[in-house]
Design a binder for this molecule. Structure first.
Ligand code: ARG
Length: 427
């Protein structure tokens, strides 16, 4: 019996060609695995399955992992406030560790000794797949045909034609795209020029401003411990919340992101995203946090959010460090319960209201009207103590601090050692 490999299979050109190529070059039987993580066009999974079998797979496994994706990956990332480089909600990056984990599970079930993916040697996704596999199933051999075969896209198409590999006949898009419930990623083509505005055909989930409804729409989002559970009067599960916000946000042109991104492999690349639900939910979530968390907690939250985003982006989901951060996030999120009102209008999502039973915002402390309970007299003593170090500085150091003198920044850039020892230059 020949050896088996489980291939992560999307049904696109690359993975279609990979089925045949692996059989030819490794002499292994190929089992395809297609994972549904949601997205706008619900993929025809049966069609993908049949195509895989026609292309020579000995078995085609299809898994609907949308619920797991939302519960174990998307919402924890939302709770953590994870936005890579402050803007990218990490849709693709969150999907990869789950797909890799499922590859390992199917490989075990099927007695396969290898797994394969269709990532190139230049992107982040190969890193995410393989780091996850190293953490969860280090015994598996990993095959990465696109890194190995050295074919250009044209050569791939030729290979497919020569070998009568049925591929989708629709005109290939000029972009490379990936999508799931949490967002759509688009790259390549004219987008490779960061000076060029993304053309209209890039967008599929979101309206351009000119096509948005005239009137704004205000929605209320209910959140418990950092997890959204309600939109207006509708109590919804995670998948439905995200799908609904993708539709609503998309209608109002919300969620377009145009970013020059720092890839794991060291290059900068221009990436464009559509993620209406993610953008709305991150804004709402942070607005609620600012109602219930202290200044210091918010500042620390931002540090953790950045670190958390780096972990996801860099494929370290199954690292101990990630789990350490999860412990902090879950503890901090115990307070993040309440509701937020978001106004959607012509490309923007703006928080216009927030409330929480645990709010640190107290009207009786904040108000200037007669309900005011803030102790104005106490301010005098507070300022005295708070300002004491400044007062002391002024008394003792004012000439140096406020006097005019130049600071030469060359003082931290030493000349060659010789020049110093020979007394030619001093620091
Ligand atoms: N730059 C994004 C990331 O690394 C998206 C990659 C998406 N892949 C694609 N084929 N468009 O997460």
């Amino acid at each position: 019996m020949s050896k088996k490999v489980v291939l992560a299979y999307s049904g696109g050109l690359d993975t279609s060609v990979a089925v045949r190529w692996i059989k030819e070059n490794y002499g292994m039987e190929v089992i395809t695995l297609t994972v549904d993580l949601g997205g706008a066009d619900s993929k025809d999974l049966n069609e993908i399955k049949e195509r895989a079998l026609k292309q020579g797979a000995c078995k085609a496994v299809v898994i609907d992992a949308r619920e797991v994706f939302v519960r174990y990956f998307v919402f924890p990332a939302l709770q953590a406030g994870a936005l890579y480089e402050g803007v990218y909600p990490l849709a693709t990056a969150l999907g990869r560790p789950l797909i890799a984990k499922l590859l390992a599970e199917v490989a075990e079930d099927e007695g396969a000794e290898a797994v394969a993916h269709g990532c190139t040697g230049k992107g982040n996704d190969q890193v995410r797949f393989e780091l996850t596999l190293q953490a969860l199933a280090p015994q598996l051999k990993i095959i990465a045909p696109l890194r190995e075969w050295g074919m250009s896209r044209e050569e791939e198409i030729e290979y497919a034609q020569t070998h009568k590999i049925p591929i989708k006949t629709r005109k290939e898009s000029p972009y490379s795209t990936d999508e799931n419930l949490w967002g759509r990623s688009i790259e390549c083509g004219v987008l490779e020029d960061p000076w060029v505005e993304p053309p209209d055909d890039v967008w599929q989930w979101t309206n351009s401003i000119k096509d948005c409804p005239d009137g704004p729409e205000i929605i209320e989002i209910g959140i418990e411990k950092g997890i959204p559970f309600r939109i207006n009067k509708d109590y919804l599960d995670g998948i439905n919340i995200i799908e609904k916000l993708n539709k609503l946000g998309g209608l109002h042109g919300v969620g377009r992101i145009d970013h020059v991104e720092s890839r794991v492999v060291g290059i900068k690349s221009r990436e464009v995203y559509e993620a209406p639900a993610a953008v709305i939910l991150h804004k709402a979530h942070r607005a609620l946090e600012s109602m219930v968390m202290t200044r210091d907690a918010m500042r620390f939250r931002d540090i953790v959010a950045n670190q958390y985003a780096d972990i996801i982006y860099g494929g370290q989901w199954f690292s101990a460090f990630h789990l350490d951060l999860v412990a902090y996030v879950l503890s901090a999120q115990r307070l993040v319960t309440g509701a937020v009102k978001v106004k959607l209008s012509k490309g923007s999502a703006t928080v216009v209201g927030r409330r929480s039973p645990l709010a640190l915002y107290r009207h009786e402390l904040a108000t200037y009207d007669k309900a005011d309970q803030f102790d104005h007299k106490a301010a005098e003593g507070f300022i005295k103590i708070h300002g004491l170090s400044l007062k002391t500085q002024s008394r003792v150091q004012s000439q140096i601090i406020y006097g005019t003198h130049e600071i030469d920044l060359a003082c931290v850039l030493p000349p060659r050692l010789k020049e110093i020892t020979e007394g030619k230059k001093t620091c």
